[in-house]
Design a protein around this ligand. Sequence first.
Ligand code: SF4
Length: 237
Amino acid sequence: MLHPPSAEQSRITEIFSSLQGEGTRLGERHLFVRFEECHMHCGYCDELGKDAASMHLDEVIETLARLDQEEGPHSFVSLTGGEPLLYLTFLKPLMERLKTRGLRAYLETSGVLWRALAEVLELCDVIAMDMKPSSVTGEPAFENEHARFLELARSRETFVKIVLSKAIDLKEFDRLIGIVEKTAPKTPVILQPLSGVLEGHEDPELMALLDSLQRLALKRVPDVRIVPRLHKILKIR
Ligand code: SF4
């Protein structure tokens, strides 16, 4: 990565208060800490390349405490990116400080860096774990890594999110659902329509595809939900 973090300093794109727009905690009020970089380059990513600044750990904690007082209370501090687990050296002390202040940690991750997850697992209150189909991201497949990641994450409150476009390879989708079925079958699986020019939920063909994928997946695991991005529907950040 371009800017290796220290235990005290890290590159942060933004810190803000908003609604959680994805997943099982949809609609809750969260604080967000967005880390700058990622180990992946998904073809559809709308977060990489944004301006970031170096912030001290104390400054991050002070900003979160102020926002929590001014715009809260908040259900969680969502640690997002980019890929927060790339910033382990900084992330771990940050999560420890959150815990001592009674703020709960929601880790939003690509679901690949399982060794880093092991270092902060006990500090995670919720894990929002992506599974990344290569046929959608244009990146290599990470099926072995997703399986290792979910093996660890299943001890915490975790859900799996799969962002889907019409490019999805059905066999690949089936293999990803198979990983959930084999590793932690009760884990909620969120099918999220990919947004392009249109927001995903505005594309009838894509929504029809998700409808059939949901029915396929429900034959193997019990909790599969189609959830579009609420913050985009409400047109808030
Ligand atoms: S894993 Fe997330 S942050 Fe990283 S490139 Fe993909 S969409 Fe962007």
